[in-house]
Write a protein that binds this ligand. Structure first.
Ligand code: D41
Length: 680
């Protein structure tokens, strides 16, 4: 690091040089997204500048990059009257509105040609005005009602991406830049995580967080908030002129170190605007900031001037809004649904509401813990959120709107379907019906699960059909499905003779399956496809899986104590074994998982091997597959029964244990030699 200069004029020079460097790096970092030094190198420049300024306080100016940290709190914000009013935007809610807008623009201009539009995302933030005089930021104000806003100069000065001094020297002597201050999604999440940890109030969305952060009388608080800004138009321009097109003006802004939205595009005509809207709708969820629509602006300033404005909204711009993602509605009732494993789920019945592009009338509340967390009561006004393709969620209740007769939500004591007792295990969020397959709801779900595509895959068997089979008493247990006659099937609602025959054929085809699909289809709690596959590659046969104890099961890949216990419990229930026997009796079968078939010889038949450490010539999974082909059983932990440990690099506790127990240790090189010997 440079020594403190002996002479003040040297200090002045160095201070100026540091400020220039820091401003340049800020510009590269914030405006160009192309930093050329590391954060730590940047910090070093900043620290050096701070140190010099501390020694020479007379050289501190308000444009110095050190002066962003926040000033003394204000008693209240001053009012600012905008010299040129900040206009508002008209909205379009669909393509028709947008086409109308375009048609009127063309009519007013007396020209039928297609219009050039600048398209940009509509940020969901706070509209502000920045005033630069001779390139220096002298004032920041909120839009307010468009005529009068609040003076938030001290706060905007703390936002790192807002230049205190414009870059270059070709800016108008007086320039008002308008744009949107927002909080990026990631910063918002972090802020809320921190607030929660400190038991402070969390913000409901990034927009509120941005507004709350800007409204701080203490700019030191604002300085700690992750705010950003994109500029979208010029207000006052004196002492020079800006380009003749809107998009070109924004490009100039960029040269001066101001941020503009990188998604800005220029297109010709309404059709291209609609295409841009569709593209951005797709992109929306992945953007690092929230947007609530797209703004289209006639690109040529001369045309903008000819079009003028009405009632404070320009005739040359329109905001095409996305369907709202949050709406309020009434929680009319809560019903309880019973799932495959008996889990009882509270489901909100809502007054239908259009949100995120669809009408929502139900939403899962997951479990009673969630109901308690939301503090819901029946009759409440609730906020429903639906973004993109995700399932709708009740995000909060509006307590101030709670009616006097709002009712508590209570978990029923008995199953709403079969009247069996409901139990709620300690430490588990879900309540469960204890009826098992006696409960028709669980039976329906068990059948749907067994016949699903990932299980034995019965083509053409829809949920509605399963419901009917169970309700009509035709199918009480899984094997009953395979005893259905075409006539019985044809007797169901919306079923013809032909589709009935197709279903019978599909059932026949589904009888030939694989052991892992069968195991998965049984619907053992917590046993998904991957676990089913692990079980099969470990045990290879159904009887072995049936007989496995919790302790043994722990040796199987991705089986932990809870899953192991679920598996053992499942196979200890006589009615589950009965169901399996019945399924085998009606003809469900699979090819034996015969490892010998592919490998020919099995020099390791009957041996138990363990793999550990990392290897060069193969992954652990490949190593395991090779060992299995050679006939070995591969387990996860070394015991006295282990025949050999295949130890790669950085083998740890397993190697120690093997050595202690005198288990043979095979290195990767030795294993490679053995493989050559065995011809695999
Ligand atoms: O991103 C925005 N929220 C945004 C708002 C934008 N990209 N462009 C805008 N353009 C204008 C005009 C056309 C009047 C210059 C705006 C807004 N106005 C605006 N923001 C709040 C009220 C109006």
């Amino acid at each position: 690091m440079t020594q403190t200069p002996l002479f003040p004029q040297d200090a002045e020079q160095e201070i100026q040089s540091l400020r220039d460097q820091i401003n340049e790096h800020n510009h590269r970092y914030y405006a160009l997204d192309d930093p050329e030094i590391t954060d730590s190198a940047y910090d070093r420049l900043m620290n050096r500048l701070k140190a010099l300024e501390a020694e020479h306080p007379e050289l501190i100016t308000s444009e110095s990059p050190t002066q962003r940290v926040g000033a003394a709190p204000l008693a209240a914000f001053g009012q600012i009257r905008h010299e040129r009013p900040m206009l508002s935007l008209d909205n379009a809610f669909n393509e028709e509105d947008l086409n109308d807008f375009d048609r009127k623009v063309r009519e007013r201009l007396g020209n039928a040609d297609s219009i050039e539009y600048a398209c940009e995302p509509k940020l969901d933030g706070i509209a502000v005005s920045l005033l630069y005089e001779n390139g220096r930021l002298i004032r920041g104000a909120t839009r307010g009602d468009g005529t009068t806003g609040e003076n938030i100069t001290l706060n905007v000065r703390t936002i790192p991406s807002i230049p205190l001094q414009l870059a270059g020297n070709d800016w108008p002597a007086r320039l008002e830049v308008r744009g949107e201050i927002f909080m990026p999604k990631a910063g918002f999440e972090k802020l809320n995580v921190r607030a929660k940890a400190r038991d402070e109030k969390v913000f409901v969305n990034p927009r509120n967080a941005a507004a709350g952060s800007l409204r701080q009388l203490d700019s030191k608080v604002t300085a700690k908030r992750p705010l950003d800004m994109y500029c979208y138009s010029a207000g006052i321009v004196e002492g020079d002129t800006l380009p003749a097109k809107h998009a070109d003006t924004l490009e100039r802004f960029k040269d001066w170190g101001l941020r503009i939205n990188p998604e800005l595009r220029v297109v010709q005509g309404a059709k291209a605007c609609i295409e841009y809207f569709a593209r951005m709708s797709e992109k929306r969820a992945g953007l690092p900031y929230e947007i609530d629509g797209i703004v289209f602006k006639v690109n040529e300033l001369a045309l903008q001037d000819r079009l003028g404005f009405v009632a404070r909204a320009p005739r040359w711009a329109i905001a095409h809004k996305f369907p709202a993602q949050e709406e309020m509605t009434i929680l009319k009732d809560v019903e309880f649904q019973v799932g495959r494993t008996g889990a009882i789920t509270p489901v909100a019945r809502l007054q239908p509401v259009f949100v995120g592009g669809v009408t929502v009338s139900n939403a899962t509340l997951h479990n009673m813990d969630e109901v308690a967390r939301l503090g819901l009561k029946i009759g409440d006004t609730v906020v429903v959120h639906r973004a993109g393709d995700v399932i709708p969620k009740v995000v909060r209740a509006v307590e101030s709107k709670r009616p006097a007769d709002a009712r508590d939500i209570q978990l029923p004591d008995t199953c709403p379907v079969c009247d069996s007792e409901v139990e709620r295990d300690e430490g588990e969020a879900a309540a469960r019906c204890t009826g098992g397959l006696y409960c028709s709801a669980q039976r329906k779900e068990a059948i749907k699960h067994f016949t699903a595509r990932k299980a034995v895959d019965v083509d053409g068997l829809g949920d509605k059909l399963v419901d009917q089979f169970v309700e009509k008493g035709l199918v009480n247990t899984l094997s009953d499905l395979y005893k259905l006659s075409a006539d019985q099937v044809a007797g169901m609602e919306r079923m013809g003779k032909k589709s009935a025959i197709n279903l019978i054929n599909a059932l026949e085809i589904s009888k030939k399956t694989t052991l892992d699909r069968f195991i998965y289809g049984l619907g053992i709690r917590e046993v998904g496809e991957a676990t089913a596959q692990s079980l099969v590659s470990y045990y290879q046969e159904l009887d072995a899986i049936k007989a496995a104890t919790t302790e043994e099961l722990l040796d199987v890949d991705d089986v932990g104590p809870i899953v192991a216990a679920h598996i053992e419990t499942f196979f200890r229930q006589p009615h589950n074994l009965e169901i399996i026997d019945e399924l085998l009796a009606v003809g469900i079968h699979w090819d034996k998982v015969d490892i010998a078939e592919s490998a020919g010889e099995q020099p390791l038949a009957g041996e138990i091997w363990v793999l550990t450490g990392s290897m060069h010539s193969m992954t652990r999974d490949e190593g395991k597959a090779i060992l299995q082909q050679l006939g070995a059983k591969v387990t996860g932990s070394v015991s006295a029964k282990t025949n050999a440990l295949l130890a790669g690099e950085k083998a740890g506790s397993k190697l120690t244990k093997a050595q202690k127990l005198g288990v043979r240790v095979v290195t990767e090189d030795e294993f490679t030699e053995l493989r050559t010997e065995w011809g695999i």
